[in-house]
Design a protein around this ligand. Sequence first.
Ligand code: G3I
Length: 467
Amino acid sequence: MKCNQGVRTSAARDVASWKLVLALICPVFLAGVSVAVAQPTDLKTFAKARGIDIGVAVSFPSTGRAQFDSTLTRNFTGMVAENDHKWGNISSAPGTYSWTNADRIVDFAQQQGMNLRFHNFIWHQQSSYIANGHSNGVAQPTDPNKYTRDQAFTHMRNHIGAVFDHYRSKNQLSVFSEWDVVNEATARDSGNDDTAHLYAGMRRSTGNALNLDSGLSRWTGYTQGETHDFDYIDSAFAIAHRNDSTARLVYNDYDAESRGKKSDAVYNLVSKLKSRNIPVNVVGMQCHWYIGPSNSGSSGAWDPQQVRENMARIGALGLDISITELDIRYQNPSDSVKRAQQSAAYETILSICLAEPHCKRFYVWGIRDASSWVISRFPGYGSPLLFEGSGTTYTPKSAYYGLISVLQSGTAIKSAPGVRNRAFGLSFQNTEPVRDLMGRRMSSLPDRPIFAAQKGASLKTSPNASR
Ligand code: G3I
């Protein structure tokens, strides 16, 4: 099933159906919506009224800041750096940091009173020197420029600590509403993975045609013939928690929204993290989706009912859900029918999020179509976002108005997630005593994984395993 199908709230469904009918009988109608209808008021007004945090990924343009900033602050309650907080963007070598662009985003969010998601600590892309784990999918343990597993863990610990220390020193930790600690750890082909590991279906250092895993091989130990149950994930969360015990910590992934092998892998991962008291609070559902025919080899199909079910089972674990990177592309050229279908899809996922008590944030991956990553990544496809235009023009699209109609149509008010992470409280107990907010005991902890099945301890049978 494609994303424009499925159950919505009746009001949202009515609005979407109405638009679709108009689009079919009068194609110029919807084409004209985005320009003919004055912006009634701003998305943010309606988001606040419903108590949901609606945010957007931000890359500040080099020109036209006034219009960009105005669109951003008038419409969104939250933001996330599209690239500026990634490891490779702030640190080119161990201990070497360039904070200028990263700080600009944090300062802006603070000045505007916006929520800020941190994206991200551990990822296999844009990971700078940590990507030196292996070359072309083959481990190079004897290469002095490549890291051992212990060294990789040390870099991870130091990097996470450096970011927390930096924003603590600026008294800005409270600006961050949540932190993407581990990003996209499951394999694209999760189903072919073994069951020998505690976290089945994880991305491994070899066997991925796109060779996406370069940074993680030394952490997983896989290329060295070791198996560590992918405990770099445990350690990343534990390290983040030790640096700020009140931080909301996120596992974030794509193509794991509907039911399937990849979402099962994520569910398996987070349920085991939870049961072992690894501090994770939120599952991030990226939602890079499409309508109409898929481009070959791409992902992004989804099923509304399955998304609902998947959110419900994650919520039942006591975890919150954030929609973190939503965009809905379609094949060029754009037309009124596709616009209507896209709007219906946006409305559907917002309706699902509003109806699910644990879904509290709704973030779109960019403001305007022309700047979306989709343009270069999926040639022939585009139009994924809520605004269009060029230069200094930011014109709201049908989907923008569709979101407003959904926000207007319901009465339920969510428990506002938006203020700060402190409002959530903590839902886990870390079995390893937290020394202080600075994590000063970190130096006494091993660089090796903290919760690893070392010395014969079995993670599988010892839910409260501690060091
Ligand atoms: O900044 C350099 C610039 O100096 C250089 O001239 C130019 C030449 O290509 O590259 C610029 O860097 C690019 C960067 O975006 C900033 O525009 C990188 O090449 C490009 O790879 C990078 O793409 C980002 C991508 O992550 C990296 O894999 C996209 O903007 C960003 O939207 C995308 O976001 C990811 C999320 O982090 C995780 N989930 C999937 C999502 C989409 O891939």
